[in-house]
Design a binder for this molecule. Structure first.
Ligand code: ZN
Length: 242
């Protein structure tokens, strides 16, 4: 089976539409969203509606939780908090109920999926260091973990339960005797220095992972960010992928 994973859309409708068009071309059997549909960007309702219309199941991200009142915004920096408050005003009561209902973790026989890490997923910690990765490996028993949250497609491998490796390669195979944590990157606010929207394709037969990048109309999104009165940084960072 071919699976598509996306995360961290953050109300960026142009990036989401560009990614969905690429996903349509790739034709996966299933598509999953790993959370943070909203926050920062100017089209939170449209992004939630687009995923729901396509029946793409999503997990809960910290911004989704904050926007629907399930997570305290003290956790956020000033810009993120202002963005969340604005976002709340854009969501319909039905959007709020939908966001409140999202799960933190989902699992198949082959993989676990969550927004941040599998060690206390409700805390939304990042997987950025070897220690973070090791703790995430120990916190679940599936071969693969698909995550988002850092907006950086940095993946980790645990070989023979003892050797820890990391890669930013956009295409790799999870080899014999290896477990993996696959960060699928961000659709709507990449932070790895590449402004193109990111998503992942995963072949369940070969265990091959491909991180795909997609150009979209950043100028248009930035214009909407400014028109909405959202923090200027929310527009600027899109151009540089930070
Ligand atoms: Zn995010």
């Amino acid at each position: 089976m071919l699976l598509a994973f996306m995360a961290d859309i953050h109300g960026n409708q142009e990036a989401l539409e560009a990614v969905l068009a690429e996903i349509d071309q790739a034709g996966p059997d299933r598509t999953y969203c790993l959370g943070d549909m909203v926050g920062y960007g100017p089209n939170p309702h449209e992004c939630v509606a687009a995923l729901r219309a396509r029946h793409i199941p999503s997990l809960s991200g910290n911004h989704d939780r904050a926007a629907c009142g399930s997570l305290d915004t003290n956790y956020f920096n000033e810009e993120a908090r202002r963005s969340i408050e604005w976002t709340r005003g854009q969501l319909t009561p039905e959007d709020i109920l939908y966001l409140q209902d999202l799960a933190l973790v989902s699992q198949t026989e082959l993989f676990s999926a969550t927004h941040g890490t599998l060690l206390r997923p409700e805390d939304f910690d990042y997987v950025l260091t070897g220690e973070d990765a090791y703790n995430c490996f120990l916190a679940h028993d599936r071969r693969i973990a698909f995550v988002g949250h850092s907006h950086v497609p940095l993946s980790f491998f645990l070989r023979e339960e003892k050797e820890l490796l990391a890669t930013i390669e956009p295409r790799y195979q999870i080899g014999e005797g290896m477990r993996a944590i696959v960060n699928v990157g961000s659709v709507g606010q990449p932070r790895d220095g590449n402004p193109d929207a990111a998503f992942a394709l995963f072949d369940t037969e070969t265990l091959g992972v491909t991180i795909r990048r997609v150009r979209y109309d950043i100028e248009r999104t930035a214009t909407k960010v400014r028109a909405a009165g959202l923090p200027e940084i929310n527009a600027l960072r899109l151009f540089v992928g930070q």
